[in-house]
Ligand binder design. Structure first.
Ligand SMILES: NC(=O)C1=CN([C@@H]2O[C@H](COP(=O)(O)OP(=O)(O)OC[C@H]3O[C@@H](n4cnc5c(N)ncnc54)[C@H](OP(=O)(O)O)[C@@H]3O)[C@@H](O)[C@H]2O)[C@@H](O)CC1
Ligand SMILES: Nc1ncnc2c1ncn2[C@@H]1O[C@H](COP(=O)(O)OP(=O)(O)O)[C@@H](O)[C@H]1O
Ligand SMILES: [K+]
Length: 482
């Protein structure tokens, strides 16, 4: 599990660590890691390479200057474009000059590598105009072989909001981000996350000094493989869990077919369907046991209710019946819209069994009374606390937040999933994982992770539809656990 910490926590840890070290040690560690990665990005052909440092007024610029000095000593032609000469890191600039580098107002003609040391964890807002101009000018340059320069960001791509991952205005798009001590939220959530490119974490000794509860957890393949239920010779369909699906309608049978499809790809031993799309569901999936009425559905270990249900009386009755059980529940799409009703919301808040709400941004806004806004993690946490439910806020980096303040970010998102019906597949899979006995937040992040992998797998074969994503769920799990 990767972990990310907010700026204030990084600053406290840094202060505690620095008290035990000679001044400047951390910056030297950071710069050494940065220079090593820059050399790698130049295929180790450092001698003669054109390196341009974009140097802001803080320690982020200092890191870039010391790394530039190390590259200059290996024969690179290093130019520092200093954005605010009065406030530049003086010792860093001196080191660069002593190593043969130079400072200039504009980038040189040849640039193989750009080091973005404009701003790091001290950032406020998008890039200021001087910094943005210098960036654009440098990006227009070409390398020794006429190629586009490689961009290495120092700590974070400049211009992003480090604590929220929001991007307001111009920001750097990096090929690689070399970060120090720990990941920060901007590396893993919001529109900032894809701007970081590949992430490299340089160990500067900060870890023991960081608080034990990180702001965000990011699962990797091994975490997800571990979370998935294991089946043994003693299993039968009922011990694996039964998931009940109350989605779709005569008007929207597709939603029912897709959510049962998602459920069938999960660990549950049996999928039951209850609703007016019964015939279509059984035709599409013969192994599903289907009834017209929820009351006749039989026993299940978790319910999925919502998408394609509509918001009429029958839909409201279905949601009410599911909420009245003491079983884990996934509330998706139309169920979320019905929760805006006060009595329904009270029913939800009064439950003690696990619940997962799966809103996209518009559903979130209706439910919470406000857009998720710039701080998606904060918004998801607030809604989770208010509803006493786990919230899975959909997006490129889907966020899972719990009522007691835990946050996960999904790293496998892909824009290929931005197509009708993929959310139905996700809800079904999530219900199956709940029925399989996973804790709600673990079920939610596991579903998002597998769903993202399935989206990527489906995209390898061309434009993606929701059935492609559902069909890819099983092979990606086989690859993960095999
Ligand atoms: N923590 C650690 O353990 C370690 C930290 N290290 C390094 O230190 C970095 C943090 O350094 P830092 O605190 O000096 O702040 P930093 O990010 O350089 O920026 C501050 C300056 O930028 C300016 N500025 C602000 N916003 C801006 C914008 N949008 N566009 C343009 N400019 C903007 C702002 O100007 P002002 O608002 O004052 O006018 C201010 O002067 C950290 O990211 C890492 O690289 C490593 O060396 C070792 C271990
Ligand atoms: N730009 C995007 N990048 C990555 N994932 C996306 C993007 N847009 C949507 N998704 C994902 O696609 C799914 C869409 O779900 P949803 O909006 O409920 O669609 P539908 O209601 O059509 O099923 C979610 O899992 C969401 O995270
Ligand atoms: K930076």
């Amino acid at each position: 599990m990767r972990q990310a910490w907010r700026v204030a926590d990084v600053r406290s840890a840094e202060e505690a660590l620095m008290a035990h070290l000679p001044a400047g040690t951390l910056m030297q560690r950071a710069a050494a890691g940065l220079a090593r990665r820059c050399a790698l990005m130049l295929d180790q052909r450092v001698y003669g390479a054109g390196v341009t440092l974009l140097v802001g007024p803080g320690n982020n610029g200092g890191d870039a200057l010391y790394a530039g000095a190390m590259l200059a000593r290996r024969g690179a032609s290093v130019t520092a474009v200093v954005l605010d000469p009065e406030r530049v890191h003086q010792a860093g600039l001196k080191a660069l000059r002593a190593a043969g580098g130079r400072a200039a107002a504009t980038p040189p003609a040849t640039v193989d590598l750009i080091v973005d040391g404009i701003v790091g964890i001290g950032a406020k807002g998008g890039l200021r105009s001087g910094a943005a101009t210098a960036l654009h000018r440098t990006l227009e340059r070409r390398g020794r072989r006429g190629q586009r320069p490689v961009v290495v960001a120092v700590d974070v791509p400049s211009g992003v909001d480090v604590d929220t991952g929001n991007v307001e205005g111009v920001a750097v798009r990096a090929d690689v981000t070399v970060t120090f001590g720990c990941l920060k939220p901007a590396h893993v959530v919001g529109p900032a996350a894809p701007l970081a490119g590949e992430l490299e974490l340089v160990d500067i000794g900060l870890r023991p000094w960081l608080r034990t509860d990180p702001a965000i957890l990011v699962p990797d393949r091994a975490d997800i493989a571990r979370a998935l239920p294991k089946h043994g010779p003693g299993d039968e369909k009922y011990t694996r869990g039964v998931v009940g699906i109350a989605t779709g309608s005569a008007t929207y049978p597709g939603a029912a077919i897709l959510s049962t499809w998602g459920a069938l790809a999960g660990p549950a031993g049996l999928v039951r369907y209850a609703g007016s799309a019964r015939e279509a569901v059984v035709q599409a999936h013969p192994s599903v046991i289907a009834t017209d009425r929820l009351a006749d559905a039989g026993r299940v270990q978790a319910w999925v209710v919502g998408s394609g249900l509509g918001t009429d009386d029958a839909a409201a009755t279905a949601v009410r019946m599911v909420l009245a059980t003491s079983l884990p529940v996934v509330l998706d799409a139309d169920a979320l819209n019905l929760l805006v009703d006060g009595a329904m919301a009270d029913l939800m808040r009064g439950r003690s069994a696990p619940m997962v709400l799966t809103p996209h941004d518009r559903e979130f806004a209706r439910l919470a009374g406000e857009e998720p806004g710039a701080d998606r993690v904060g918004a998801a946490l607030r809604l989770a606390a208010h509803t006493n439910a786990v919230v899975l806020l959909k997006g490129d980096r889907t966020i899972v937040a719990t009522p007691n303040g835990l946050t996960y970010a999904n790293p496998t998102g892909t824009a290929a999933l931005a197509t009708g019906g993929t959310g139905d597949v996700l809800a079904g899979l999530l219900g199956s994982l709940l029925a399989g006995g996973l804790r709600p937040e673990v079920a939610a992040i596991t579903a998002a992770y597998l769903h993202g992998l399935a989206g990527r797998e489906a995209a390898r074969h061309g434009p993606v539809t929701a059935p492609d994503v559902a069909a890819a769920l099983r092979p990606v799990q086989a690859a993960l656990t095999g």
